[in-house]
Write a protein that binds this ligand. Structure first.
Ligand code: NI
Length: 226
């Protein structure tokens, strides 16, 4: 399942992020790539311990904690501290799959990457190319979102970033270990939760709402791993 989450960051927060990132020193993006990815990865990245990465990463994690849509779609157990990348001058990232397990640097923690996330930090008209292309079960999806919007997709998907032929594409990217590992199960829970929310708005107080909510929580109890 591919889910778009609009407005994770406000325009003021995007502006603040841009000011910090414009002033930062970037390094070769191959520092965090696995051996297959490194052969096709051509971009720039902010070092993981860069103060701007830490500050903006915390800003993004707080914004995600306040997003009901992110909570419902990802059912997050752990979120990898957000990283930042930059593509310009024809740079691209060829077809690859993200590493299954990632160490959170400076900690003993590892996460299983169930979901991959890209948070766009440049407006689509600021650059040509740079679409995130995802091989979804329903076909190939090309994603290029307004600044502050996020896309979540299964980390099991093959994906790539098209060459940026004009301007610069700035984004944050990170991974989520979900309480529900299986994408199909997680998708059903998201659909059920979305329907219950809609029913609550359209027919407030309907007795089926509490019954369906019980089904939702009992499925989470059945499938969640903590
Ligand atoms: Ni990737």
């Amino acid at each position: 399942m591919l889910v778009q989450i609009p407005g994770v960051l406000s325009s003021e927060q995007v502006l603040h992020a841009r000011q910090l990132l414009d002033a930062a020193d970037w390094v070769d993006g191959r520092v965090t790539a696995g051996s297959q990815s490194a052969q096709v990865k051509n971009n720039l990245q902010l070092p993981e311990d860069h103060p701007a990465a830490r500050e903006l990463g915390d800003l993004i994690l707080t914004a995600l904690q306040n997003s009901a849509l992110f909570a419902s779609a990802a059912l997050p157990l752990r979120v990898f501290p957000p990283l930042f990348n930059l593509y310009r001058g024809g740079q691209s990232f060829g077809n690859h799959v993200d590493n299954a397990i990632r160490q959170i640097s400076g900690t003993p923690l590892r996460i299983r990457t169930d979901l991959s996330a890209t948070l766009f930090l440049a407006e689509p008209d600021e650059y040509d190319g740079g679409e995130l292309i995802i091989d979804d079960v329903y076909g190939v999806q090309a994603v290029k979102l307004p600044a502050g919007h996020l896309v979540l997709y299964p980390s099991s998907s093959l994906h790539r970033v098209q060459p940026v032929t004009r301007g610069a594409r700035l984004a944050s990217f990170f991974w989520v270990q979900s309480m529900v590992r299986d994408d199909a199960a997680r998708t059903m829970l998201f659909d059920l939760d979305t329907s219950i929310q809609r029913l609550g708005t359209d027919v407030p107080g309907h007795p089926s709402i509490v019954e369906l909510t019980a089904v939702y929580h009992n499925l989470v109890r059945r499938w969640a791993e903590l």
